[in-house]
Design a protein around this ligand. Structure first.
Ligand code: GTP
Ligand code: MG
Length: 197
């Protein structure tokens, strides 16, 4: 269960969600929170326009506070990257000032995409301009929207292999991990737990 208020406690585990528009960042937040706190859209236009922080606790362990940070897609159709950078900088300001560590990043990639228009490295570059060099071991690469492939799961598995052996190879060699986001509350928490361990 979670709260929409955004105060950061020093022992909060902070997880930043990155990824292209429609990859499911806000959907992930809503599933983890168990209610719709972030706006989600199936329209073509990019949806999230603001950085949003939500706090919750790990199910079954209310002592573990987690702060999830939703971000606008870096390829946003109406915001330029400098506006997005400023928003993220502002939202992270109180944390960086207090030297609160960002525990991890979940980078979402819709497995439905039949072309790769961006790679995590592009996003990491922007993020690192804000917080400094970030260790690849703390980045979880999450493929999403598997249910949309329905009868063509093998297509997704082939794409996953291409990501693993080519586009995401460098990140994986640096220690990043890949997981599937199954579009459920349990799966959202599996990913969060993986980042926390
Ligand atoms: N089937 C399925 N649909 C998903 C999943 N994640 C997101 N969607 C759908 O994809 C669309 C876009 O999801 P969002 O959560 O708004 O994506 P986003 O990454 O926040 O997009 P922006 O806010 O534009 O950056 C919505 O219609 C969601 O219902 C998933 O894991 N499975
Ligand atoms: Mg969104």
């Amino acid at each position: 269960m979670g709260n929409k208020h955004s105060k950061v406690k020093a022992d909060n585990k902070i997880i930043v969600l990155l990824g292209p528009s429609g990859s499911g960042k806000s959907t992930f937040i809503n599933l983890a929170m168990g209610r719709p706190v972030a706006k989600v859209s199936s329209k073509l236009a990019c949806c999230t326009k603001k950085v949003q922080r939500v706090s919750c606790t790990v199910p079954g362990d209310s002592s573990k506070g987690v702060l999830l940070v939703d971000t606008p897609a870096f390829d946003h159709d109406r915001l330029d990257i400098h506006q997005i950078e400023d928003m993220i900088r502002n939202q992270l300001k109180d944390m960086t000032k207090r030297k609160i560590d960002i525990t991890g990043i979940i980078y979402f990639h819709p497995i439905t995409a039949n072309r790769l228009t961006e790679v995590p490295k592009d996003h990491m570059g922007v993020f690192e301009r804000l917080v400094g060099k970030y260790p690849a071991q703390r980045v979880l690469l999450a493929t999403s929207r598997w249910e949309d492939l329905r009868g063509a799961l093998n297509v997704g598995t082939q794409r996953e292999q291409q990501l693993r052996h080519d586009y995401w190879k460098e990140m994986l060699e640096g220690g990043s991990r890949i997981m599937r986001f199954e579009g459920t509350e349990n799966s959202a928490w599996d990913l969060i737990r993986a980042v926390l361990t």
